[in-house]
Write a protein that binds this ligand. Sequence first.
Ligand code: ZN
Length: 453
Amino acid sequence: MRLTPLEPWIAKKTGRAGTGECGPESGERDSHDPPRTTHDALRPSLASYQFARLKATVELARARSRYYRERLAKAPEIETLDDLQRLPFTTAEDVRADPLAFVCVSQDEIARVVTLDSSGTTGTPKRLYFTKADQELTIDFFGVGMSTFTGPGDRVLILLPGETPGSVGDLLAKGLERIGAVPIKHGPVRDPAAARALAVREAATVMVGVPTHLLRLVRTMSPGEPVPPVHSVLLSTDHVPQAIVHAIESAWGCTVYNHYGMTETGLGGGVDCEARRGYHLREADLLYEVIDPATGLPSAPGEPGEVVFTTLTREGMPLIRYRTGDYGHWIETPCPCGTRLRTLSHITTRLSGPVDLGSGLWLTQPDLDEAIFAVDGVLNFATEVARIEAGPHVSVAIQTTPTANPDTVRAEALNALRALPPLTAAPRLSLDLQCSTEPVSPPTLAKRSIKLA
Ligand SMILES: [Zn+2]
């Protein structure tokens, strides 16, 4: 198994040669030993690099950002990396309340402003500001991250928005060009037949897109239709159900990888290695923590908690201990790829996501995804939960392929749902399931979640 390309990249950024370019000690090793020498030095050298960058970030934020000048006024000086834990958290609400208060550069140094739709009740959109240098770091990460499964000459169909300069698809295309791959910008999938035809015509070998969009590409194929020569698919923007991974891999004989990131992390955050058991992270640009959301203290090793990150190299709008609302855990066992980088578990759940149906067991979007996407003929679905006096009412609207038999899909989906413990255990539950070929949600990139009526 190939070492994640993130390791030599991060080693270089932190002032160490990577494992690929092993130091002078390498000749002294037993030839059967993996090249561990500079490799073992990665963690201590990364820690001292992160400490220096954390100190610089806190100084920058204190000096230039209105928000942090006030917020960090009484915060202790950073004398060790562990002092990070003594700094206050930043929340999405803080950013939403006054995004400009976070900005550390003059307006004319801002190259890109991203406005995110409001998911809160205030109706105020969240805004994130990036400089050219901030975007440069993302382009660099995208190129290196993609090189996990993309090489020179690969033709990469980008099924993410890419028309605006600085958009995710645009930065990804630039990163791909740097590793000698050929980006093909398409945008989110609206017409699956047209997207597939383009993939075949352009001989796309790699695709990057939203899980449900890729599922639509594979499940709406007609028998005998030419299959694009895809060897790898990267799924991003939302959690990745195993049922979707399985559907794509078995239809196209390719390998599916996960990416983790959000606008706040600078779009890129971390990516699977060939082991595909969790993300290796941009540890030179982002300092991640997993905390107990109730106490704010670090989660015990291997215990799930809220993912929090601090930017280490961001100049436009640094974020310190930003609470993502995502639920994950550190995977403590060494990665089979051999890296000394940390591994964060795949993010499946948001802290605000699970719904209590009164049984003590919480219903989650990932539970529903694994059950329903496993049914052939399903393209997407939306779930709404109402708590009425008679008991919880769960309604699921499924969008099927035009050729699927709605009765068969409905029966199989019902069986799958009835096997879910949070539904089985819920007292006085009523379940309503509809199937049609109508889209169940507008074609946005928003994360899918259970809606509360
Ligand atoms: Zn790995």
